[in-house]
Ligand binder design. Sequence first.
Ligand SMILES: CC(C)(COP(=O)(O)OP(=O)(O)OC[C@H]1O[C@@H](n2cnc3c(N)ncnc32)[C@H](O)[C@@H]1OP(=O)(O)O)[C@@H](O)C(=O)NCCC(=O)NCCS
Length: 170
Amino acid sequence: MNKAPFLVKPLDASYDRRIFCSGSPLLDRYLREQVTQDIRRRVAACFVAVTDEQCIAAYYTLASASLLLADLPIATVKKLPRYPTVPAVRMGRLAVDQAFKGQGLGSAMLADALERTARSEIAAFALMVDAKDDIAADFYRHYGFIALPDSPLTLFLPLATALSVLANKD
Ligand SMILES: CC(C)(COP(=O)(O)OP(=O)(O)OC[C@H]1O[C@@H](n2cnc3c(N)ncnc32)[C@H](O)[C@@H]1OP(=O)(O)O)[C@@H](O)C(=O)NCCC(=O)NCCS
């Protein structure tokens, strides 16, 4: 997993969200029209990778979540306490502008989200993601994310695993 080649910052009003184009109209529209409301209502936080010209090259969102123990693979459950749920952080959206695709930015944003989540003083067992389709799910599997047995587009990566991978990269 790469480190971010751009500065990654919380989204604020100084960035122009209108010109972002990931090739996914839903993800572009969310950044353009909805994200600031979600931030205001504290249902999502949004982080952006910005170029020297202050253009948004990529974004992701994070929010608190939980995983039902009953939904997790048995091998994972065996290592967890018998609580009905375990805490998680959901990366609801991740998108890279088409001009920057294939240059390691998606991977760098994922690494940034994992580090940010792991640095928090509030415990979370895993970073979870909702992949928008099978292609996106493949991207996450490439980094070791595990699909929920009954919902293959919901995947999770235990933060302990992620941190050891990131530490070995340094
Ligand atoms: C998926 C997405 C975030 C990837 O971003 P990117 O910057 O193009 O990806 P990167 O250049 O960081 O790729 C890093 C690695 O992931 C691999 N990869 C990229 N997309 C992949 C896919 N769909 N399946 C499997 N592997 C993939 C690359 O081959 C590369 O592998 P390597 O490091 O071993 O060479 C980007 O294509 C995107 O914004 N897509 C549209 C929105 C989307 O699908 N979001 C996903 C969440 S819903």
